[in-house]
Design a protein around this ligand. Structure first.
Ligand SMILES: [Zn+2]
Length: 243
């Protein structure tokens, strides 16, 4: 590797967010944000178990604190656990000290099960918040395939889109629950209310597992990192939160 590409790789490691890995292995990481949730997380876990798939859960600390039984079930099933902040506030609008507190409090709630993966709420971060996550020892995980499950009410639309777009080494975004229930869908349009019913997501997830489990292996994000060359992109979004 020449000095310029070494430098670029180092900068990407510090400031880039993982979107997928480059591999010829048919591996895929299914990721689930915003849980745990007493009603829906067990349904996701049951589906993953049925298809012998492993997933990665980016949990909200405040919810995890009340559902450690579900966190333990994730660990027992071989799934990975990442941090999705303490109470799901958009990071770009928060002062640095509060952002670090959001990560630390979530870590504390997840002990001893916490790994080194972090996904900022709404996928939103600034250069500074990304740097803070690096300083705290975290890999920031984005995605390269978005199920759209926080606003799409039809499982057939979601399932068809996912089957068409999926590719080896990919990271797929799902939500086992929605932390912001009943508010306008973040980042979509203000008229469009977040879709709280998880049945469409569960049906689309089952479609993906059922159709692809013969050809793909569903692995955790740490396992995905072992399966190929990580691709990290500069993923910075201003806050879409107006409040
Ligand atoms: Zn979220």
């Amino acid at each position: 590797m020449n000095p310029q590409s070494l430098l670029s790789a180092a900068v990407r490691k510090v400031l880039g967010s993982l979107t997928h890995v480059v591999t010829t292995d048919a591996v895929l990481s299914l990721t689930f944000d915003d849980g745990p949730d007493a009603e829906n997380t067990p349904k996701v876990l049951a589906l993953l178990e049925k298809y012998e798939a492993r997933g990665t859960f980016f949990v909200v600390g405040k919810s995890a604190a009340g559902h450690l039984d579900l966190v333990r079930r994730m660990v027992a099933g071989g799934h990975a656990i990442g941090i999705h902040s303490w109470d799901h506030r958009a990071f770009p609008g928060l002062p640095s000290r509060e952002r670090r507190r959001q990560i630390r409090e979530c870590e504390r709630a997840l002990q001893p099960y916490v790994g080194h993966l972090f996904r900022p709420p709404y996928g939103e971060q600034t250069v500074m918040s990304r740097l803070e996550a690096f300083m705290m020892g975290y890999e920031v995980v984005g995605w390269n395939l978005n199920s759209g499950d926080w606003f799409e009410p039809q499982s057939s639309v979601m399932g068809k889109y996912l089957l068409e777009m999926v590719s080896p080494g990919g990271i797929v975004l799902f939500h086992d629950t929605l932390y912001d229930k009943g508010v306008p869908a973040h980042g979509v349009d203000p008229e469009h209310t977040a879709w709280p019913d998880r049945q469409a997501m569960l049906d689309a997830l089952e479609t993906v597992l059922d159709r692809l489990s013969g050809s793909y292996r569903f692995v955790t994000v740490p396992e995905l990192l072992q399966a190929g060359r990580p691709r990290r992109s500069f993923w910075f979004k201003p806050s879409l939160t107006t409040a």
